[in-house]
Design a protein around this ligand. Structure first.
Ligand code: CA
Length: 668
């Protein structure tokens, strides 16, 4: 194995072609090496920032290592194993261009945004004013107490609302025992209770200009015991099974237990919908639950397993990204783990050729990464799991000029990436122009894997399984409601099995008049619907294999019926981009004249060479205006899997999903 410095030099000399920034960075590296003073800076949790930063005498903090790297113009920081606790983001910018942060051989350093809660600081609570509030008397003897204020921990912000309407948020202070996230004390402990009689549904988005009316409803007698709760919240699917939302409780009627929420849910509240209540000391009654009294600076919890220093208890604190890279080029971060933080692990903003490779991201309050602006930057061969608010937000590129971002997420595994908000927090959300998600494996989450807008992205060779497990009306790969979000290619993906609840869920969903999407060579197995095309235009479905699905294609003309009212939204989307400009006209010739046609009607769709195996009749799910205007040829239906088709299926499976490269092998 090359030493980190040698590896960096190889990468430098291999990448000279036409990149001045990289060339300068490499020249500085070579000069530094020739100078022979120090071509690697070492950092380790047991080091000292007054050390010289050698392997034997490493620095202690990443910030000191960055500053020293800048000062002596070296470009390799070797990060020794152990845990690095950050109180603020490690910020990298143009001054750090050319820098590589790499784990020391055979070690897995971890960068965290949490504080340790030492085992010796936790003791069984004997405070009767606390314990008597806990409803289950058997739980009272299980509760541990920690004086956070006494430990100097004061950064305890109030909870933020989460769910469908609240993107871009951070998690609360979360407690972890070992690698497991604990749960804000809640009722019921698992699953959901149901809303009873609704006295006032509240006004949602449809009359948002009127004074807000707070929802009022009954959920039975249990809330009568929450009267003393400091900051009770409810999380629910208040109207639809694709729109979750947490809302603070404003008032509980002591006599009836009736709940008044602090504000309306986005679509109002219906009787019978699922919810749970959380952040209640009264409901601290199960292993793994915790509660923080912010006013007193006290933490109460019931451990998942006996408290053991080998399985440390951590409280997430940092809301900002652990590493924030802005306006830099040719920065590589390799072989480092990130976790136990309230916000995103990583931000990559307006960068060129910045890459995180072979990193693990887990137990985060928000996302693994946000990649915005710049170009040719992203994540390669990383593992992302147990994140609160999705996996990666990926954008870049210019919708005015259609210049591509070429930012990417490749060869990454994503699982349980909607741990807190459960809808519309996909593994990757793609925006902008010309970005790519390839060779990823996305599985085990309640809603979509990929949601995209913008233009000309590539979604290829990915593998998907066990998605949309709790929610409805979503697709594994989803877009919609925009005539201009064209040019994305969804190709050669393997939709393995186990999607949704067999109600609504297609593998590929081009919702409400979405248009100009190319879907080619995908293998879709054991799904409810293979494709749902919501009445849009210029969509191409070619050479797909649909196996053992209830229906292969559902293609409607909703814009002529119930979705006709969305025309203003569609026209607003059209006017938001220069669709009549020469660059747009050249690329999307069907768009400039759209308003002179019948734009709400399907048109220009193509179905060619698709093969349906035990997936019903091709036209079963078509509406007439779609069928009439689509170009269809060479599609086949079959009940048997011939050897030739089996070989085709195996070939798609073999090429899709993760590639076990050197960085992935080190993750195992
Ligand atoms: Ca509970």
């Amino acid at each position: 194995m090359p030493r980190p410095g040698e590896q960096s030099l190889q990468e430098c000399t291999g990448g000279f072609r036409g990149n001045l920034g990289l060339m300068l960075a490499c020249l500085a590296f070579v000069a530094c090496s020739i100078g022979a003073v120090q071509n690697e800076i070492f950092v380790g949790p047991t080091g000292l920032d007054t050390n010289p930063g050698t392997s034997q005498k490493p620095l202690a903090t990443l910030t000191a290592a960055r500053d020293k790297a800048r000062a002596i113009r070296c470009h390799t920081i070797v990060v020794k194993g152990g845990e690095y606790r950050l109180e603020d983001s490690l910020k990298l910018d143009a001054a750090d261009s050319g820098l590589t942060l790499i784990s020391a051989p055979k070690s897995r350093p971890t960068i965290v945004g949490a504080v340790d809660v030492p085992a010796k600081s936790a003791h069984r609570s004997i405070d009767a004013t606390v314990l008597d509030r806990i409803i289950d008397p058997n739980a009272r003897q299980l509760v541990y107490e920690v004086d956070l204020a006494g430990l100097g921990i004061h950064n305890l912000p109030p909870l933020q609302p989460r769910g469908f309407p609240h993107s871009g948020i951070q998690g609360p202070n979360e407690l972890f025992q070992g690698n497991q996230a604990m749960t804000l004390a809640r009722w019921p402990n698992k699953g959901y209770a149901k809303v009873g009689k609704v006295t006032e549904p509240g006004n949602g988005e449809h009359d948002q200009n009127k004074p807000k009316r707070k929802p009022v409803f009954s959920v039975g007698d249990r809330p009568k015991q929450w009267i003393l709760a400091e900051e009770p919240w409810m999380y629910g699917y208040w109207k639809f099974d694709w729109a979750d939302e947490s809302i603070r409780i404003h008032r509980i009627d002591a006599g009836t237990g009736e709940i008044t929420l602090s504000g309306p849910a986005v679509y109002g509240v219906d009787p019978g919908v699922p919810f749970f209540a959380e952040n209640l000391l009264e409901e601290l009654d199960a292993p793994g639950e915790y509660y923080i009294d912010r006013a007193k600076g006290k933490l109460y919890f019931i451990p998942i397993r006996p408290i053991d220093p080998k399985s440390p208890i951590r409280l997430s604190i940092l809301g900002q990204p652990l590493i924030d890279v802005a306006d830099a080029s040719n920065v590589t971060v390799k072989g480092i783990d990130f976790g136990f933080s309230r916000g995103d692990a990583v931000a990559i903003r307006n960068c060129e050729h910045v890459r995180f490779e072979g990193c693990r991201f887990s137990n985060l309050g928000a996302k693994a990464a946000s990649v915005s602006g710049g170009h040719d930057s992203g994540l390669r061969s990383c593992d992302i799991s147990d994140t609160g608010e999705g996996g990666v937000q990926l954008s870049g590129g210019d919708r005015n000029t259609l210049a591509p971002g070429r930012n990417y997420v490749e060869n990454c595994e994503f699982s349980n990436f909607e741990r807190r908000s459960q809808t519309y927090r996909p593994a990757v959300w793609i925006d902008g122009v010309g970005n790519r998600v390839s060779h990823c494996y996305m599985h085990d989450a309640p809603h979509s894997a990929i949601i995209y807008g913008g233009n000309d992205h590539v979604i290829e060779f990915n593998r998907f399984s066990k998605l949309l497990s709790l929610t409805g009306d979503g697709g594994v790969v989803y877009t919609g409601r925009n005539w201009t979000a064209r040019g994305t290619s969804i190709r050669n993906n393997w939709f393995e099995a186990d999607f949704g609840q067999r109600k609504w869920e297609p593998a590929i969903y081009v919702d409400d008049l979405g248009s100009g999407i190319e879907m080619v060579g995908n293998l879709i197995e054991k799904c409810h619907w293979g494709f749902l095309i919501g009445g849009g235009r210029d969509n191409i479905m070619r050479d797909n294999l649909v196996v053992d699905c209830d229906e292969a294609f559902r293609c409607d003309a909703r814009g002529l019926g119930w979705a006709a009212s969305s025309r203003p939204t569609m026209e607003a989307g059209l006017k938001a981009v220069p669709y009549e400009s020469s660059v747009w006209r050249t690329k999307y010739p069907n768009l400039p004249n759209i308003l002179n046609e019948n734009p709400m009607a399907p048109a220009g769709n193509v179905l060619e060479g698709n093969l349906l195996i035990r997936s019903g009749a091709l036209l079963k799910g078509f509406e007439a205006p779609f069928t009439k205007t689509a170009k269809m040829s060479g599609n086949q239906e079959s009940t048997v899997t011939s050897d030739q088709i089996l070989a085709q299926i195996k070939a798609i499976r073999a090429k899709a999903g993760l590639i076990p490269d050197a960085s992935r092998r080190q993750l195992k």
